[in-house]
Design a protein around this ligand. Structure first.
Ligand SMILES: [Zn+2]
Length: 151
């Protein structure tokens, strides 16, 4: 999650919504990405989407059955769906996103068991972690990030 937070800070430095994601297989980081919606002028350029696409390119395999994705914010329905279709085994996210989140939010994508294991990390890390916020400041989101204890 530390690397995901670093990625989120990269996004923040570029004026993007500060979200970072890291895709790990075993002990190896296969892909890391940050939001690039503004930079790429692409509404789908969320950190998780970019990490999944990069990982597929790196491994030559679209099925990422052994992958864990660490993402600083609860995935949106698009990213949750992409990770489900990619057969990602586990998703660990930091801050909840009550507005767009697909795990705790109302969408329910993650509730259907599409991704076998979706969990929110343990151990609260204060929102001052590099100024990385869990959501758009104008939405009042964020100010808190959560890291998994076992990463
Ligand atoms: Zn997303």
């Amino acid at each position: 999650m530390d690397e995901a937070l670093r990625q989120a800070r990269k996004a923040a430095a570029k004026g993007e919504v500060p979200v970072g994601a890291v895709l790990v297989v075993g002990d190896r980081i296969v892909a890391k990405a940050h939001n690039q919606v503004e930079e790429l002028k692409d509404a789908t350029a969320h950190a998780e989407m970019l990490a999944v696409t990069t990982a597929a390119g790196e491994t030559g395999e679209w099925r990422l059955k052994e992958a864990t994705v660490y993402v600083t914010k609860e995935p949106c329905p698009m990213c949750a769906g992409a990770m489900a279709l990619s057969r990602v085994k586990r998703v660990v996210y930091g801050a909840a996103d009550p507005k767009m989140g697909a795990a705790e939010g109302s969408d329910g994508v993650c509730d259907e068991g599409a991704v076998p294991d979706v969990c929110r990390g343990d151990g609260v890390v204060a929102g001052e972690a590099g100024g990385v916020r869990g959501g758009r400041p104008e939405d009042g989101g964020g100010g808190r990030c959560v890291e998994p204890a076992a990463v």
